[in-house]
Each structure stands twice: as C-alpha cells, then as structure tokens.
Design a protein around this ligand. Structure first.
Ligand SMILES: *Cc1c(COP(=O)(O)O)cnc(C)c1O
Length: 349
C-alpha cells in the first residue's frame, strides 16, 4: 500500500520519527498519457495530475512535511497566506495534527471551492484588504510577533516535500525531456528541479529535463524582470506579483536549459477547455498554463518532434466552478415527454 510521500521517499526526506508523520497518503498521483493531444502536437505527452491529491492540489506534497516538522518542533499554531490551495491544504493537515490553522486570503480573489475547503476543515480565515503579496507580508509580520509557524513555500520543508512529484514521474517513465509547469510563487518549479537533480546525483536517472515555467501574462514578474504591483489573471492560483522563490526558479530554468515565459488568459482558457474536452481531464485554470505553454512552444517549433513531455497539472478543476460556468455553456432543454431531446437525437442519427 502507498504510504504517502515521506515514507515512500524516506531517504530523501529530513524526518526520521515515523510515528509523528502527518499524512493523508498524498502523492502517487496518476501520470496520464494524453493520446489525443500528443497526436495533435507531435509529442509524447503525459499529464501529472496532482489535482488528485487529498485536498486537490500539489500543495499536499509539501504540506505533509511542513506540518510533520511543525509537530516535531512543537509548533504553537500554523499560519499561511494563500490564493486558495495552500489554505485548503494547510487547514486539512493542521486539522489532522491538532493545530490551529490561521489562513489569510486576498479578499474576493479566491476560487469558491478552495474557500469551501478551508471552511470545512475548520481554519480560522482572514480576508485581507489586498492581494496575495500583501497577505504574505502580513503573515511574516504576525508569525514573528506571535511565534507562529509559516507553512507558505518559504518554509523549506514545503519544497522538499514537493520534489516527490519529480521522483514519481521518473519512477514511471524515466526522465522526460521537457517539464512544463505553471509558475506563481515559483516554489514548485524549484522543487521539481531539486527532485530531478537528486535522482540524477543518485544514479536513478541519467539525463535531466528542460524546465519550462509559465506565468500568466498579467502576473509575469519573472518574465518582465520587475515586481508587478497589481497582478491580474483569471488563473488566481498564480496571481502573484513578487514570487518568493524568484531566484531559485530563474536558476532552475537556466541550469536545465529551459526557460520561464508567459501565456495570456485567453491561451490559458483555451488550453483548459481543450484538455477537458479532448482528454477528459478537468484541471484548474492555473494548471492549464502548463499546457498553454506547451502549445505555444510546440507551435513555435521549439520542441523537437516526439519529445517526451510532462505537463504538471497542479490543481483540480472542481475547485473553481465559477470559471467554467462563466464560459459560453450549452445546456439544451427538453420536456419530460422528450420534446427537445427527440429533435436533437433525430438530428444526429
Ligand atoms: C500554488 C499553485 C500554483 C503555483 O505554484 P508555485 O509553487 O507558487 O509556483 C500553480 N497552480 C496551482 C493550482 C497552485 O495551487
């Protein structure tokens, strides 16, 4: 039976007392071959669907370790700023560990499903007048003043846990040639790169992938080389103007011979629908930035034919019902004796 990422990858994790691991058996998420999109784009594409983690995003990989270490270190309470998924994950793992979870969210800018999770798991929720970057500033201040443990990705255990995603990919298909991944605070791209390098150094793989990170065009501080004061994008999970792991991400792209680029909200939404309607995978808008990035690079001829590519799908589409319901939707009507559906079926017969 799968035991969660800490026990499965114990030799790579800085924890030794198994009895105090807080886990919900996160990780071991499917790596799904995307037959239809592969054919369209001329590559061998797999989706690493991390939206199937216990709280529906990759944040659980980091949270299991951050919360387990907080237990080990006798923390008083845990706190985070969040565009939604960190708060959901923090609230769930804190509930299991018996910690008070304090979460700060940008007022009105978080997807409904994510807020619902934080409420359900019993977090103490504060809506901040300001965006994510302002919420994180406040978290740092409150943590140092009141002795709280921060579980944002500036907590080093978050990235160490998240590198398990890279291990799992290599365990299934070996090392891919390209990894496409959305970039918000830039922790996950840094974590993946750490994971691939550790596997390489341990002789588990003998090549390394190009790390291809994608920001949303309205929230692309790394691409533009400046802090964005008022980031805007439909992909709220990557609506970040001043990424915590900026330097680490730039380094991952440079060392791996990859790059960090941006995609527009239109490209993100188009990839979002394409993925769901051609592969049956419903990922959240931020996650779709990875596929949008692949489409952009494939069309520009940057990706050699038949390359082995993985797109990281960071979160589950069900978290953000408003985005999909805001699209042009086609629900037909029928009477209960079939008037409506019969005409339709005759039309396609
Ligand atoms: C947190 C998050 C991201 C961004 O990850 P970073 O590590 O902040 O770059 C992307 N997509 C989803 C769904 C997320 O929850």
């Amino acid at each position: 039976m799968w035991r969660g990422i800490i026990e499965e990858y114990m030799e790579y994790m800085p924890i030794s007392d198994k009895s105090r691991i807080i886990t919900m058996l996160e990780g071991n998420t499917p790596l799904i071959y995307a037959a239809n999109i592969s054919k369209d784009l001329g590559v061998e594409l797999y989706f690493k669907y991390d939206g199937l983690n216990p709280t529906g995003s990759f944040k659980d990989r980091g949270m299991t370790l951050a919360i387990s270490k907080a237990v080990e270190e006798g923390a008083k309470a845990v706190v985070c700023a969040s565009t939604g998924n960190t708060s959901a994950s923090c609230a769930a793992y804190a509930a299991k560990a018996g910690f008070k979870a304090i979460v700060l969210i940008p007022d009105g800018k978080i997807a409904k499903g994510k807020l619902a999770q934080a409420v359900a798991y019993g977090a103490n929720i504060f809506a901040v007048d300001g965006n994510f970057d302002a919420a994180l500033r406040l978290v740092k201040e409150m943590a140092s003043r009141f002795g709280l443990t921060i579980v944002n990705s500036l907590n080093p255990y978050r990235l160490i846990g998240q590198k398990s995603g890279a291990f799992e990919i290599c365990d299934v298909i070996g090392c891919p040639e390209y990894v496409f991944i959305p970039v918000g605070n830039a922790g996950n791209i840094s974590a993946y790169w750490m994971g691939f390098k550790e596997y390489y150094e341990n002789g588990r793989i003998d090549t390394l992938p190009h790390m291809m990170g994608f920001q949303a065009a309205g929230a692309a501080p790394i691409v533009e080389g400046r802090v964005i004061e008022n980031p805007e994008t439909i992909a709220t999970a990557i609506r970040i103007g001043n990424p915590v792991s900026w330097d680490k991400a730039v380094n991952a792209a440079r060392e791996s011979g990859g790059e960090i680029d941006k995609v527009t909200d239109e490209e993100i939404l188009s990839a979002y629908r394409y993925m769901a309607s051609s592969e049956g995978i419903f990922a959240e808008p931020a996650s779709s930035a990875s596929l949008a990035g692949l489409i952009k690079k494939a069309e520009n001829g940057v990706i050699p034919k038949n390359s082995k590519v993985v797109c990281i799908l960071t979160g589950n589409g069900l978290k953000d019902p408003d985005t999909v319901m805001g699209l042009q939707i086609d629900i037909k009507h029928t009477s209960d004796n079939g008037e409506g559906i019969i005409e339709y079926l005759e039309g396609i017969a």
